[in-house]
Write a protein that binds this ligand. Structure first.
Ligand SMILES: Cc1ncc(COP(=O)(O)O)c(C=O)c1O
Length: 441
């Protein structure tokens, strides 16, 4: 079949881009054609330092050869096999190795293709777990304001970001905890804020409001990520854990951003010392190279399903591409890279220098708050009067023009560099942001 392309054809017209103001983007497209280590190459040949690890996912840096080679070899050997009543050895090997890395007894892995699917899977498992135990009246979820859990129907329902939900309702029955953060007490705190464990007590109040015997699970990001990088206050997650336990409600950690070394440990559960009943991950699982997500279940949850007759499908759920061979090959190679290049320990080792340089930006114009944990950080800017988001966007553009890719959401700058960054990279990122802040009005 031939297609005719008009001489004045707009090559950007057909792609309806996700989470993008399409018309503004297409007026001045930002296109990347290559990537290696800490840097992207743009279509016009510029090197740009990637201060956001692609989209919080390229934890080991771009173009890792072992991952590239593993994907190539797998594509040659076995392009596809379903995991519905068949599978392939790498799927079991990857599950086994992942289970050995997870906190506590999160030993059972359900594969999907994205963080959104991992979240929807977790929510479905939570409801079906209660059904399996004869408590099918537990159908509600509690999540948290500013939480981001992807864009599936479950994830949209538990989202704490209004713009992501309000055009798409009605959603599942969900109530939201407050963001456990109070700038008056905690602005410019380093790592987990000292104040705010008491925000968890609101969960008891919500349970009383809804009747805890109608609640299936509480889902929170271990560290609020896309909503603005808010580390949990010291003691907060521990208290959520205790309140859930007291009422037979499952606790789900969404570790799509915090998984795979971002906090210097394999998962936030280990870095923060709290183990959930279910955990989601994606992104860093394959270093961003092939789409993949996973939902981990602890023994208590898994065992409830295994009480069903052996001939029965215990969980009628799954995706054509669950445990896709290319994703499993990428996942195994990614775990090798993390181990062989000591990536998580490198992240832990440089986190202090990162924190110091990020907090030094407090002296720059417009900065009203800075938060950080591990190799994550957010810098809040005062909005331009009457023009919310304009200053953040201008700062993002200035940094990009100067060779550093940062992420802005409204007037908040968010940073999540590859975990391989050096002191020189930190200096370039923070120096570029400081210059951008000096330059923007
Ligand atoms: C915490 C969290 N959960 C879920 C998702 C959704 O992941 P995906 O975009 O792979 O569907 C994201 C994406 O950024 C995320 O940060």
């Amino acid at each position: 079949m031939t297609s005719t392309v008009a001489p004045n054809h707009d090559r950007t017209a057909a792609f309806w881009m996700p989470f993008t103001p399409n018309r503004r983007f297409k007026a001045s497209p930002r296109l990347f054609v290559g990537a290696e280590g800490m840097r992207y190459e743009t279509e016009d040949g510029r090197q740009v330092l990637d201060a956001i690890a692609g989209l919080w996912c390229v934890n080991a840096g771009h173009g890792q050869r072992p991952i590239v080679e593993a994907i190539k070899a797998q594509a040659e050997r076995l392009d596809f096999v379903s995991s519905f009543q068949m599978s392939h050895p790498a799927a079991f090997e990857l599950a086994d190795r992942l289970a050995a890395m997870t906190p506590g007894d999160l030993n059972h892995v359900f594969f999907s293709n994205s963080g959104s699917e991992a979240v929807d899977t977790a929510l479905k498992i939570a409801r079906a777990y209660h059904v399996a135990r004869g408590e099918g009246g537990r159908r509600k979820f509690i999540s948290r304001l500013k939480g981001y859990h992807g864009v599936g129907w479950g994830g949209v329902s538990v989202s704490g970001i209004g713009r992501h939900r309000r055009d798409f309702g009605p959603a599942l029955e969900v109530d939201h905890l407050a963001l456990p953060y109070d700038a008056a007490r905690s602005a410019f705190s380093r790592g987990q804020p000292e104040a705010g464990a008491d925000y968890a007590d609101e969960l008891s109040a919500l349970f009383q409001l809804h009747d805890p015997s109608t609640v299936a699970a509480v889902i929170v990001e271990a560290v609020t990520g896309s909503g603005g990088v808010y580390p949990p206050p010291k003691g907060y997650l521990e208290r959520l854990r205790a309140i859930c336990d007291a009422h037979g409600v499952l606790l789900i950690f969404d570790e799509v951003i915090t998984g795979f070394g971002r906090l210097g440990e394999p998962f936030a559960g280990q870095a923060l010392g709290v183990v959930p009943d279910l955990m989601t991950c994606a992104k860093g699982m394959t270093n961003g190279a092939v789409p993949m997500g996973a939902t981990f279940a602890g023994e208590k949850v898994f065992d409830a399903f295994m009480a069903a007759p052996e001939s029965q499908i215990e969980l009628p759920h799954g995706y054509t591409y669950s445990a896709h061979p290319l994703a499993c090959a990428a996942g195994l190679a990614t775990l090798d890279v993390y181990r062989d290049q000591d990536i998580f320990a490198r992240a832990a080792a440089i986190a202090g220098a990162w924190e110091d340089r990020i907090h030094a930006l407090r002296a720059s114009p417009h900065v009203v708050d800075i938060r950080n944990i591990g190799l994550l950080a957010a810098i809040d800017l005062a909005p331009r009067p009457g023009e919310p988001g304009a200053r953040g966007a201008a700062c993002g553009q200035a940094a990009f023009d100067a060779g550093v890719l940062i992420r802005t959401s409204g007037d908040t700058i968010m940073l999540s560099p590859p975990l391989i960054l050096s002191q020189a990279d930190i200096d370039q990122i923070t120096g570029t942001i400081a210059s951008a802040l000096d330059g923007v009005v």
